[in-house]
Write a protein that binds this ligand. Structure first.
Ligand code: SAM
Length: 258
């Protein structure tokens, strides 16, 4: 089930995040999220689920010299990497904590962001309640999350396509429909939601798509989980490599005000 079009062994998690952040797609949506945060010098901003510190430097530049940036992640390796990468940034502090229980006093943050984090958490509504607790009245949260239930892949066999997208929605990501739920969950947590921006990248090149979607690895997992037979997986992947290729998925940027 292998083809040189696909990356059989994916990159490690930090390299994957770095690769996405430096792609045209990553740069573009992260720029939009930064613009929506509307940061000023002196702001105290939280990057919740900061990963290896991908966005901490840009946040620091926007709030320097009198502001503060707090990165939070529950993965020790991500925290260590983020700390190492921001060692020279006086305004940045990276903490090892869970988004459901933030080490931040009530109503002390001006801004917060989550970037592909709520799709993974155990209880997105509780996490949003916790973020609202730490934001000051009028403070702003900018979230960016995919909606994996919008994943579309073109293939002449629609049964195979459905098996693939159903596997992604049901097994690959914990909260696969979080993108469409964000506005409702934020409203239920007491936020106002003035802005929802859809971002829909369209992939026409199988290798570019594979770098983000891990097409062969995900197909292999679908076989293990019983969504595809080996033979069906082979037919699915063979057609994807022959092309023409088309895949798309919608990512939502949602602005919420406390
Ligand atoms: C897809 S990565 C995104 C990292 C970073 N925001 C970026 O854009 O590069 C998701 C991050 O959220 C963190 N995360 C997931 N669940 C979390 C939780 N409950 N509390 C804190 N961090 C969490 C993961 O450890 C991971 O670093």
């Amino acid at each position: 089930m292998t083809s040189s079009a696909f990356e059989t062994d994916g990159p490690d998690p930090v390299s994957y995040l770095d690769r996405l952040a430096t792609s045209d797609l990553g740069r573009s949506y992260k720029r939009r999220m930064l613009d929506e945060l509307d940061l000023r010098a002196g702001h105290r901003v939280l990057d919740l689920g900061c990963g290896p510190g991908t966005d901490l430097e840009a946040l620091a530049q926007a709030v320097t010299p009198t502001g503060a940036v707090v990165g939070v992640d529950h993965d020790r390796k991500m925290v260590d990497t983020a700390r190492a990468r921001t060692a020279g940034e006086a305004v940045v502090d990276v903490r090892h904590a869970d988004i459901h229980s933030l080490p931040v006093p009530d109503h002390t943050a001006d801004r917060a962001r989550t970037d592909r984090v709520l799709q993974h958490v155990a209880d997105p509504l509780a996490a949003l309640g916790e973020i609202r607790r730490v934001l000051r009245p009028g403070g702003r949260l900018v979230m960016g999350e995919p909606d994996w239930e919008t994943l579309a892949v073109d293939h002449p066999d629609s049964d195979l396509t459905r098996a693939y997208t159903r596997h992604v929605a049901e097994r690959v990501v914990r909260n696969s429909g979080i993108g469409r739920q964000l506005a409702r969950l934020a409203t239920e947590s007491g936020f106002m939601v003035p802005t929802v921006v859809p971002v829909t990248p369209v992939f026409r090149d199988v290798q570019v798509a594979d770098k983000i979607l891990g097409l062969e690895r995900t197909t292999r997992r679908a076989v293990e989980a019983g969504y595809f037979s080996d033979q069906a997986a082979e037919a699915w992947l063979t057609h994807l490599t022959r092309g023409p290729f088309f895949a798309a998925v919608t990512f939502y940027i949602v602005v919420a005000e406390a």
